[in-house]
Design a binder for this molecule. Structure first.
Ligand SMILES: Nc1ncnc2c1ncn2[C@@H]1O[C@H](COP(=O)(O)OP(=O)(O)OP(=O)(O)O)[C@@H](O)[C@H]1O
Ligand SMILES: O=P(O)(O)OC[C@H]1O[C@H](OP(=O)(O)OP(=O)(O)O)[C@H](O)[C@@H]1O
Ligand SMILES: [Mg+2]
Length: 281
């Protein structure tokens, strides 16, 4: 049975469970449950703190896990990223009181508060810088005004927490994070984990694409399919009406309105958009 770690609470917990449900897996119904067996799919889910997930996967005690890229890097364990899951996006950044730090190069010799010492130390090593790392558990934005640090390194999503603490970001992001599926290094080559990956990829495609269908005059088909080339190739079927064809193709959800406008201007009609609930490409 495949054993998978899922965040039990926090930012990544609900979207991770939803993505697994969308991929056809059973998930816990009570947030207090810490284990959920999905007999039909031969998978067992363990609900753990997101920060601990890389530890369990790196040690080989669990096969796969869902965590943040920043948390995987911070842990330093021998687990690797298998798939970007497309949610939980955030940047990890330096921040300090406005005007107190000219650039990221100026962090040398300062005191840095963070809940991610592994990420900060990796940056310091790579940039040949020395600084004091003050390890905190959370609410790191308070550290500067309370005097324990000169700057912080933390997760920034909307920037609201930084602004409220009177801090501004300094330099480029240290890293860009999102929720990822992680596995052991070297990879455990199991059919069940390949199946899970295919299912999750199916959900990602279904979320990113829609199915577009329209009717168009046959002499305009080449121009129309240039706008909707699909992933492999568009499906073209004859219509009862002489000289017209029906076309079906997947298009990126973000582009669909622009493409519909262009198809309409070209002369296509009966343009319909349908959500894809899942797929295997
Ligand atoms: N707005 C956000 N705040 C915090 N983490 C976020 C945010 N958006 C995405 N993430 C990601 O979520 C993960 C951290 O998850 P979570 O917030 O559950 O952990 P935590 O801060 O250690 O736990 P908690 O806040 O529940 O004590 C990281 O990978 C981080 O990049
Ligand atoms: O840019 P924002 O949208 O404001 O989000 C980022 C903030 O949210 C998280 O804190 P969380 O609420 O998880 O508390 P914590 O610091 O105790 O982990 C993170 O640590 C930042 O403080
Ligand atoms: Mg948090």
């Amino acid at each position: 049975m495949l054993r998978i770690a899922i965040p039990n609470k926090g930012t990544l917990s609900a979207p991770a469970a939803q993505m697994l449900r969308d991929a056809g897996y059973r998930q816990r119904t009570d947030p207090k449950e810490l284990v959920c067996r999905d007999e039909a799919n031969n998978v067992e889910f363990f609900y753990l703190r997101p920060r601990d997930i890389a530890t369990y996967v790196g040690s080989g005690d669990l096969d796969l896990g869902v965590t943040g890229r920043d948390l995987l890097v911070d842990s330093g364990v021998p687990a690797r990223e298998l798939l970007d899951l497309g949610f939980g996006g955030a940047t990890f950044r330096w921040a300090a009181p406005a005007g107190s730090l000219a650039s990221a190069e100026a962090i040398g010799g300062r005191r840095i508060a963070t809940a991610y010492p592994g990420v900060v130390e990796r940056y310091l090593d790579e940039h040949d810088l020395k600084a004091e790392v003050v390890r905190l558990d959370g609410a790191v934005e308070n550290a500067v005004r309370l005097g324990v640090a000169d700057l912080i390194a933390d997760v920034v999503e909307t920037g609201t927490t930084l602004r409220q603490a009177g801090l501004v970001t300094v330099g480029e992001p240290i890293m860009r994070s999102s929720a990822i599926l992680i596995g052991r290094e070297p990879a455990a080559d199991s059919g069940a984990s390949a199946q899970l990956m295919r299912r999750l990829q199916g959900v990602l495609v279904a979320r990113g694409y829609v199915m577009l269908a329209y009717d168009v005059r046959a002499d305009l088909l080449e121009s129309a399919t240039a706008l909707t080339p699909g992933i492999e190739s568009p499906t073209v079927s004859p219509l009862h009406r002489e000289g017209w064809v029906a076309v079906q193709a997947m298009v990126r959800r973000d582009d669909v309105h622009q493409i519909m406008d262009e198809l309409y201007d070209l002369g296509a009609r009966a343009i319909l958009v349908t959500d894809i609930s899942n797929c295997r490409l």
